[in-house]
Design a protein around this ligand. Structure first.
Ligand SMILES: O=C(O)CCC(=O)C(=O)O
Ligand SMILES: [Fe+2]
Length: 300
């Protein structure tokens, strides 16, 4: 039997896990070791994992409820609703709509009532250089704030809006309109307590429109400060992808950004699965009872 080894890749967050073949069934002991490393390092890198989509989905399912991607039904793998394709590779003779996915700082699906718990991103094809992803530790960002500002932020709620996803102007307008119908704006606390570690983290990002009870003009400078602070270099780990890396990150205590620092004539092709998070927050417009992904998707 191989031994799992955990080696930090970054000081703020990020560790490499070796000594495990993710195609094999996961033992309880290995699962626990991975969970412990994940809670400690927040982003895990599993190098050289040559996975099929089925194997990636099965591995994802070992850790929770796999997201069927009803919040973003258009960018799914044709054979697997649990899998999204994130690529600049033209699809069906048209430019890819996910080429700009994740190119502003965010945690995944914060514009829903079940923001993503964990994302699993696997590199199938990559440009010779660049196409990095940067992660930032939001526990550290929260802990570095002054007590006075923290006290103010403890009471603050933010409005997360799907229409602020960067690059929507380059996507099919009908799909974008349906994405907005499926995902009305939601409200989440700016400081969250992690349900597993009990630690507090900053929960911000570039998909926030404003703070509840404040105007956009009042919110803007506070939001700009928080996003700049949350992504300070000392809180980050920059991942330079190798072919067949699988990364897992915790969206409840990190943010990330895909950096378009590569030759766009070269293909970057990533496959993504995810776990639904705990139900938190509420719709901003409290007359919205429940989003109806099926009916909204049918329109487009
Ligand atoms: O392509 C990447 O590096 C990350 C894209 C992203 O934001 C995601 O998959 O959640
Ligand atoms: Fe993302």
């Amino acid at each position: 039997m191989q031994t799992i080894t955990v080696t930090p890749r970054g000081y703020a967050l990020g560790a490499e896990i070796t000594g495990i073949d993710l195609r094999e069934p996961l033992s309880d002991a290995a699962r626990q070791q991975i969970m412990d490393a994940w809670h400690k390092h927040l982003v895990l890198v599993f190098p050289k994992q040559e996975l099929t989509p089925e194997q990636q989905i099965r591995f994802t399912a070992c850790f929770g409820d796999v997201d069927p991607n009803e919040a973003a039904p258009y960018y799914r793998h044709p054979d697997h609703k649990e899998m999204l394709i994130v690529t600049n590779k033209p699809m069906g003779g048209k430019p890819s709509e996910t080429a700009t996915a994740g190119t502003s700082w965010h945690a995944d699906r914060t514009y829903t009532l079940r923001p993503t718990k964990a994302s699993f991103l696997w590199c199938q094809e990559k440009p010779p250089v660049g196409g990095d992803t940067i992660f930032s530790n939001q526990y550290l960002a929260c802990e570095a704030l002054s007590p006075t500002l923290r006290e103010f932020l403890e009471k603050l709620e933010a409005i997360h809006d799907v229409s602020l996803i960067k690059g929507l102007d380059k996507r099919d307008p009908e799909k974008v309109a349906a994405m907005k119908r499926i995902n009305p704006p939601v409200v989440h606390k700016v400081i969250q307590t992690h349900p597993e570690t009990g630690r507090k983290s900053l929960f911000v990002g570039q998909r926030i429109r404003s703070f509840v009870g404040m105007t956009e003009a009042e919110s803007a400078p506070i939001l700009a400060f928080l996003n700049q602070h949350a992504t300070s270099l000392e809180f980050t780990y920059r991942h330079q992808w190798s072919l067949h890396d699988l990364l897992i990150w915790d969206n409840r205590c990190t943010m990330h950004i895909a950096v378009p620092n590569y030759d766009r004539s070269k293909i970057r092709y990533m496959l993504r699965t995810a776990l639904l998070g705990e139900p938190i927050g509420r719709y901003y417009d409290d007359t919205v009872k429940a989003a109806s992904p099926a009916s909204a998707a049918a329109v487009a």
